[in-house]
Design a protein around this ligand. Sequence first.
Ligand code: MN
Length: 203
Amino acid sequence: MAYQLPQLKYAYDALEPFIDAKTLEIHHSKHHKTYVDRFNAAVAGKPLLESQSAEDLLVHIDTVPEDIRAAVRNNGGGAVNHSFYWAVIGPRQNGEPKGPVADAIRAGFGSFQEFKAKFTDAATTQFGSGWAWLVMTKDGKLEVIKTPNQDSPLSIGKKPLLVIDVWEHAYYLKYQNRRPEYIDAFYNVINWETVNELYLAAK
Ligand code: MN
């Protein structure tokens, strides 16, 4: 089945003033849609690939035929990463993690502030386009990583719990070259309830 562009669970202007409506609209309806369309085009007519989810193809990226591997990595990654990004942000958030994931963050990083410093650093220092992530490793540990382009943590055996898109298209209209301001604002839209659910599911 073809990958579907997910509907957002909030309006394009719901994340103002942290993420502006115009950015959200273009990011979802143009950028994300293009990744989805290109991924679907890349696997169309290839039953072995079409029968697997985009996520499964990313997990087993090394088994994808070489002639379309880059298309799956880039466009399948773009499709899945953006769906994940929309899911872990939302309006009217109160900023701090709660529940088991909050305990795990304290245990893994020392404190929420120390986690935040690591996540901010990863997002700030990702050179060029890419993403910063909170992931769970195979042995159940929490880790902050960054990936270039549309590379997915799924392809290196890690389960994503939280992500920030640091491609310029995610922030340029409002923040221009000021990526650190966008990263700072991003903490106001993290949906920690969803992050906690992902953490529980990943365990
Ligand atoms: Mn993006």
